[in-house]
Design a protein around this ligand. Sequence first.
Ligand SMILES: NC(=O)c1ccc[n+]([C@@H]2O[C@H](COP(=O)([O-])OP(=O)(O)OC[C@H]3O[C@@H](n4cnc5c(N)ncnc54)[C@H](O)[C@@H]3O)[C@@H](O)[C@H]2O)c1
Ligand SMILES: [Zn+2]
Length: 386
Amino acid sequence: MGCENYELFISCSLERGRSFRMELINVKLKKSRNDSYGIYVGQGAMEHLGLITEAYKDADRYVVISDSIVNPLYGDIVREKLQQATLPVDTVEIPAGEKSKSMATVVEVVSQLIALNASRKSLLVALGGGVVGDLTGFVASIFKRGIPYVQIATSLVAQVDSSVGGKTGVDTTEGKNLLGTFYQPKAVFIDPSFLDTLSERDFKNGLAEIIKYGIIADEDLFELLCENTAGIIQRKPNLMKTLIEHSCKIKAEIVEKDEKEGDLRRILNFGHTVGHALEATSDYRLSHGEAVAIGIVAATKISHKLEYLDETLCKNIISLVEQYGLPISIPRDFDTQKILDYMASDKKVVGRHLHFVLIDGIGKPFVTPDVPRNRIREIVDELKSW
Ligand SMILES: NC(=O)c1ccc[n+]([C@@H]2O[C@H](COP(=O)([O-])OP(=O)(O)OC[C@H]3O[C@@H](n4cnc5c(N)ncnc54)[C@H](O)[C@@H]3O)[C@@H](O)[C@H]2O)c1
Ligand SMILES: [Zn+2]
């Protein structure tokens, strides 16, 4: 066999035991794809679905992916809008809840897509919260090596957080979001009136993230949260629209500058270092938002103890979290050492240093590797004895 073909050169050389001559061939791939997309926020956002059906009029079908709670509530409204484009509209329904964010569900959804004759020309429509969004985005990124998808975000977490930024993925038995891709939707639609049917606990999960945005990035948002507690708790549509707009803009701006989780995107983890540890320590009995709320209190207190933040602002932040009915203390039966061990094993540890997002004012976050471990222990113990 001749070795004039470069691809065979190396194996031929190895087979014949000849000296090994190394060559380098560069594969130059210039990224020219435009991944920009629009987020439509407001009552009647569904009316804008027409923009997508217009843009994808050459699609062969639309497949709505939703869960067993959201599909019965809003599936028909969405299908009716999509049917105006006279293309087939199918639905794949998954059981509601985090358990569905799994490879087993991915395989099941893909089987159903194949049974529906979905192709590279099909458009997926994620209708639901963060679980449906993350799962649909993941399926879209791998089905036939990538097909387009849009998100209709129905939970507050999806409306202010998970639908922006293109992180998709599923959990494994070893942990959350361990398999995933960066894959952007073609558009996101957010109607605050979907929130009317959302449970109290899920609503508060979203509020915790909005409070985080106010603290790390936006004095106006922080004030809005301080001054309109009653209206926000009542989910007044205009207030909710404003909160969602502020939140999406903040996340979009950070993601635009740092699409793939570099240093800047880390500030979005404010409250999450302690938050993730509490969530895991509680075996997920604490919801993400509850754990993040306590994590926000912890990061705020550490910022104050290390003399970055004055006492008044520290107290204001903690009372804001409390006003929204979110927890501000760690349940007494939580094992401090377990919380600290979890933090040490978390991905935000670089070497022996625990990277923490702290603040030295509203809108002034910074990442530091310099938080002494005994300070963290002190704060965890303090938050348990409140
Ligand atoms: N991709 C990201 O950047 C990102 C960011 C944050 C969170 N997440 C992921 O998002 C998930 C959490 O999102 P979530 O809180 O939306 O969870 P979820 O999708 O499970 O929704 C919470 C519950 O609310 C229900 N629901 C949703 N909209 C409703 C509505 N309008 N009315 C009534 N019920 C409704 C759902 O059926 C579910 O039971 C987690 O898996 C998390 O990892 C991803
Ligand atoms: Zn979060």
